[in-house]
Design a protein around this ligand. Structure first.
Ligand code: F6R
Ligand code: MG
Ligand code: MG
Length: 372
């Protein structure tokens, strides 16, 4: 059987009331475009959703990664949704559509992409994570925990198919270079890099014993593409689970607590990440706090496994009372750190602030600075 590809491609095409959600008319455009693509046989099936103000297209097909037709489909869908957003005078309509013409691959054009081509196992449980008001490095911490921390993932200790460890591909998003590090042997070197999530981003994970691919993230940084601040490059990630890989529950365990990520209001603050259901994927408080959703599904003969009506079966994994304490923790940390206003570390260090009046303030005061 041909290999199966999972593509999650996302874009902020405009939001209702600021930057917090994607309204129904835009979701419906995506539904229609992807339904047509399914009917024409380009994709096998799909699921449309949103994470905050990002429109998310989850597509399953057999055309491989970075396929021109698949990327073009996403591009045209975002263009049409952005046009509608402009007509409705939605906020920041077309924000992530940075380049106006399509050149064969959506990577580097604005929208975020994570893709994974797999040879289907007997049963292949998949989780797609999508986050808003943060950046791709936000996945460094949970991916480390999932694939390298035996205090998170029991299988690293208990399952003989996992004790060989995992390989992490780390991308330097400033220098556009990558390196592969193997855990557990190179754990300390890995942490040395990915503890700086603004520059070093985990882009893939493989099982070391057989190079089975088990995680892929989006690694575009919009600010670097555009050469100026245009919004946070809210990331997506695909994780493959079970049977010699971390269990679904082990992949969700890092989210039993909140942790701090860069982004939030004006892409310029540290904020606690809140795991939420699709229903609560709306970034309201101080444009946040940054949120993450997790969709669980099975891959079945080139598709997302479907129910009797032919609807893809998707489980909204954070729609679970077990994550309530993490949500409360995030809300509490959010209230707590906001009391510091624009004083670091609530605000990002000035080198990573993506748009700020600081250069203007310095320029204005230039004459008034005297040698000390
Ligand atoms: C962050 C984000 C928002 C905006 C903020 C100001 O990624 O999209 O927090 O930065 O709402 O937006 P403008 O400058 O468009 O009023
Ligand atoms: Mg926005
Ligand atoms: Mg967003």
């Amino acid at each position: 059987m041909a290999k199966t590809t999972i593509s999650i491609i996302k874009c902020d095409v405009g939001s209702l009331a600021g930057h917090h959600t994607v309204p129904e008319p835009l979701l419906q455009i995506a539904e229609r475009k992807l339904s047509e693509a399914q009917q024409s046989g380009l994709i096998n099936n799909y699921f449309v959703f949103h994470a905050g103000d990002d429109l998310e297209l989850l597509m399953v097909h057999q055309r491989g990664e970075t396929n021109e037709e698949i990327h073009k489909l996403a591009w045209e869908t975002f263009q049409e949704a952005a046009k509608r957003a402009v007509d409705l005078k939605l906020y920041a309509a077309g924000q992530d559509i940075l380049k106006t013409s399509f050149s064969g691959n959506i990577r580097g054009m604005g929208p975020g992409v994570a893709e994974m081509e797999i040879e289907e196992r007997k049963s292949d449980p998949i989780i797609v994570f999508a986050a808003d008001k943060t950046e791709p490095g936000a996945f460094n911490f949970p991916l480390f925990k999932i694939f390298a921390d035996p205090f998170n993932t029991a299988g690293l200790v208990i399952d003989p198919n996992m004790t060989g460890g995992f390989k992490f591909e780390v991308m330097d998003v400033y220098e556009n270079k990558k390196v592969v590090l193997k855990c557990p042997e190179e754990t300390y070197d890995l942490i040395a890099l990915i503890g700086a999530p603004g520059q070093y981003v985990v882009s893939h994970v493989w099982r070391a014993s057989d190079d089975l691919v088990c995680a892929a993230t989006s690694t575009t940084r919009l600010s670097l593409i555009a050469g100026k601040y245009v919004g946070k490059d809210d990331p997506v990630c695909i994780v493959r689970c079970q049977h010699g890989l971390p269990a679904v529950g082990e992949a969700l365990a890092p989210f039993m607590h909140s942790y701090f990520v860069e982004g939030w209001m004006r892409g310029s603050h540290w904020g606690p990440l809140m795991p939420v259901s699709l229903r609560d994927a709306r970034c309201c408080a101080f444009d946040g706090p940054p949120r993450i959703v997790a969709l669980g599904f099975q891959i079945c003969n080139g598709k997302i496994a479907e129910d009797d009506e032919g609807k893809p079966m998707i489980s909204d994994l954070f729609d679970d009372p077990s994550f309530e304490p993490a949500r409360r923790e995030a809300a509490e940390l959010a209230r707590w750190i906001r009391r510091m206003g624009e004083f670091e570390p609530a605000r990002l260090g000035k080198e990573s602030m993506e748009y700020t009046t600081l250069p203007k303030v310095l320029e204005k005061l230039r004459e008034r600075f005297k040698p000390a």
